[in-house]
Design a protein around this ligand. Structure first.
Ligand SMILES: [Zn+2]
Length: 236
C-alpha cells in the first residue's frame, strides 16, 4: 500500500519518498502526493527528482492499494531516495472544480432529492450525472445562483475519517456505507461545513470561497433517470 499523502493534506506540493519498485517507466513510491486518476478527478502530473536527474510524471494510476507513477524514461530503481513535485497549477484547478462540484450536487440534491450517479472533472468541461427523471431546465439558472451563493459563503471544507457505522448515519452516504466491503473500516468524508457532506477520496479546497463562481453551460438527457449537467469555473 502506498501512503497517500494527498488524502490528509490536499495542499502538499512537494515531498520526499523512497522508490519501492520500478518496472520500466512505472514507478512505485512508499508515499506520494501525486493524485491518481480516480473518482472522476484526473491524475496529477509533475516531476520526480533523483539527485540531479528529473523524471517527468506523465500520468498516475491506482493499482489495487498501490499508486503507480508513469515517468518519461527508465532509470529509477528500488531504494532510490527521491523528491516529488506536483504540477500545482493543474492540481489546484482540479481542487477548485471538485469542491465546486460537491456544492452544485448538494444544491441539486436539496432541490430535487436526486443523488449523483457519476462525475468527471476536466478543465474544459466538467459534468455531473444525477439520478433524476425530469430536468426542469428553467431551474438551472437557479441552481447556479444557489451554488454560487454557497461558494461565496466562506464555508470551511473539512476532511475526516470516520467508521462505516458513523458513515451509515449520514443521509446521502448511507447506501454507499452499507455497500462497502467488510474489509473497509474507515470512510473518508468531505464536509462543506454547514452545507453538506459526502464520501469522497478526492482533493479539495480548504474553503469554498477559493473556487470562485461557476457557470452551468449545458444539460443533457442521458437515458432514463440519468440527467447530466455541465459546468465550468468562471474566470475572474
Ligand atoms: Zn468528490
Amino acid at each position: 500500500m502506498t501512503e497517500q499523502l494527498f488524502s490528509k493534506d490536499c495542499y502538499l506540493k512537494e515531498f520526499d519518498a523512497t522508490v519501492v519498485a520500478a518496472n520500466g517507466k512505472d514507478v512505485e513510491l512508499d508515499r506520494t502526493a501525486f493524485y491518481p486518476n480516480s473518482g472522476g478527478q484526473p491524475d496529477d502530473t509533475g516531476l520526480i527528482s533523483f539527485g540531479n536527474e528529473d523524471y517527468i510524471v506523465g500520468s498516475v494510476r491506482k493499482d489495487k492499494g498501490r499508486i503507480i507513477h508513469y515517468v518519461d524514461r527508465e532509470g529509477l530503481k528500488e531504494g532510490d531516495s527521491v523528491h516529488g513535485q506536483v504540477d500545482w497549477v493543474r492540481r489546484y484547478l482540479h481542487m477548485r472544480y471538485h469542491t465546486a462540484s460537491h456544492v452544485l450536487s448538494g444544491v441539486v440534491y436539496r432541490e430535487t432529492g436526486a443523488e449523483i450517479t457519476g462525475n468527471q472533472i476536466s478543465a474544459e468541461k466538467t459534468r455531473i450525472d444525477f439520478d433524476l427523471e425530469n430536468f426542469d431546465r428553467e431551474k438551472l439558472k437557479e441552481y447556479e445562483e444557489k451554488a454560487n451563493s454557497v461558494l461565496s459563503g466562506n464555508h470551511p471544507v473539512v476532511i475526516r475519517f470516520i467508521t462505516r457505522e458513523e458513515a451509515a448515519k449520514i443521509p446521502n452516504v448511507t447506501k454507499l456505507a452499507m455497500g462497502l466491503p467488510e474489509a473497509v473500516k474507515e470512510v473518508r468524508i468531505v464536509s462543506v461545513e454547514g452545507f453538506e457532506q459526502e464520501a469522497c477520496g478526492g482533493t479539495h479546497l480548504a474553503n469554498t470561497s477559493e473556487a470562485g463562481k461557476i457557470e452551468i453551460i449545458g444539460a443533457e438527457n442521458k437515458g432514463k433517470n440519468n440527467r447530466r449537467i455541465y459546468f465550468r469555473l468562471k474566470l475572474a
